[in-house]
Design a protein around this ligand. Sequence first.
Ligand code: NFS
Ligand code: SF4
Length: 658
Amino acid sequence: MAEVEKKEKKKQYDFKEFTTCEATLMMLQKAAEDGVETAFHRAADMKACPIGAESACCKHCAMGPCRLNPRDPYSKVGVCGATIDTIQSRNFARMVASGSASHTDHGMTMLDVFRGVVEGHIKDYQIKDEVKLREVAESVGISVDGKDTITIARELYNELEKTYTQVEGEIPFAKRVPPKTLEIWRKYGLVPRGAMREIMEIMHRSHMGVDQDYQNIIIQCGRAALADGWGGSMVATEISDILFGTPKPLVAAVNMGNLKEDHVNIIVHGHEPNLFESMIDSANDPVLLEEARAAGAAGIQLLGMCCSGAEVLSRHGVPHAGNFMSTELVITTGAVDAMAVDVQCIMQALPSLARCYGTRFFTTNPRCKIEGVEHIELHEHNPRECTDKIVRMAIERFKNARPEKIVIPQRRDLGVHGFSHEYINYMLGGTFRASYKPLNDNIINGRIRGVAGVVGCTNPRVRQDYVHVELVKELIKNNVLVVQTGCSQIALAKAGLMKPDAAVLAGDGLAEVCETVGMPPVLGLGSCVDNSRILVACSEMVRTGGLGNSIADLPVAGAAPEWMSEKAVAIGHYFVCSGVYTVFGVTFPIVKGTKFHKLLTEGLAEMGLGKWDFVEDPYEMARKMIAHIDERRRALGIMGPRERKLFDMADRRALETV
Ligand code: NFS
Ligand code: SF4
């Protein structure tokens, strides 16, 4: 443990205040014994800057940095005269730009792979889901009749490339937006042209001395965020489904108990599925398996973390070791032979921690190198070169460099994952009448009060998983169906709420629907880019009818209770601009009571969009989300007492026979 800075004076921490995840808690105790520290410790030791925490500072030019007083925000302006509203909206804009850039660049990588497959340069990935290919092509106006797969794929590629490169017009997936919502976007100039242009324009407008009208800036934030949600993220999801298969529900396990002491354990952490898909092939290669056995291992255990983990959990049932705030703690088990990372949410503290335990740590993506870390680049035309090498390094570590003490928390939580919006359609409607109508009907008759998307990160500034789990429990208890992605989905999976029998925790109406259909009250949809599945589901609900004309009319709400990344802000803003009431927890960089705050929390809704809200407490958050859902129900005229029974025996039988 030579690399570990030993603290002069030992600080006492109450680890139960750090996390509600049992496995993570156990590993925090082991970390303390081993003398290593984590982001939990660093967050406890580092007080957030109070000015930055409220976004009352600007460092966009060298006349500053300028600090205003968040307690008296209009008492001062920056050296250039920038007001608190300009400063906050520019800071917000840059978070949206960075978050949108991350998702859209990820989507672009998927599109690059797709192009390589279509052109025949890339052989290691193929088009796996032709049905989805055709559906996506039709959804953007490509006629598929009489065309072969490659022709459709080529046309789809050319169309989807516009999501990024188009300089005027509307991004292709704008065709999926409900007409009324699109009309509002057009009215306010919110329809994205192309993601590159929108993100570039934010960076330009937020430069010193350009856009100094917070209302005008927020419109550009909307265009960039929508270019993420209905653009880059949606492309990432749809192309990944086409290349790797659209998820269908399957039983899979999460938590650190998936590590196996007698196996070579390899963790893939990051966001882009191309690394993971190739790693699955490597870990199942008979030659490499034989090498693992020759080294004394019973096999190779592959596990995911964070979002690419959530994606392959949903798609292939690959076990998942934990969410963002567990990425360091899983290493302290000592059982991880190798961790391979690609992009996003990779803490720089990981490699030095890995060194303490002899865990091999590799970066694989040219966009994300870490000083002092061995880089084995993944090339899509020969991905196995990278992933085979990593597997061999892991085998080598298993054989020669395992620490004396390995502790694996024996928690393995099973649940059902992999609910794509296509499957929700099928599940509720049945094979011959796949439709969102049963969902809408159940909402109209009140069995399901509404739908909530609970998504996003975990953050060491709040107790890990606590806000996610309490919020979701409260929502389902009140008959709100919950859909999930990302690290939040893993939090709930660990808490056991992804199992159909979690319906006992739901209110009567929701429980009845869950039991009839055989689904859990909490549906996991995959990674953060898969939030685009929620957007498509919302569009389908509007299209199906009976719940208003725009997404803003729907009895739905969203939350990122433990968010930390700029990507979460981009997601929040595209949900709000799509019409969804969206609540963020932890803290938010904004000064309450400013004009900018009022615009986010009230002004956007007055334009027919959704609105932002900021609440820390999970129960208060649930209360406000339910209040919003009820307000929508009242506006739709569906607040009345619900019918006593939706499915009679004949209906049930009909459901069982399809
Ligand atoms: Ni989303 Fe995924 Fe997790 Fe947050 Fe990070 S992994 S893209 S950003 S921390 S949910
Ligand atoms: Fe200060 Fe204005 Fe420069 Fe920002 S842009 S650092 S507010 S002078």
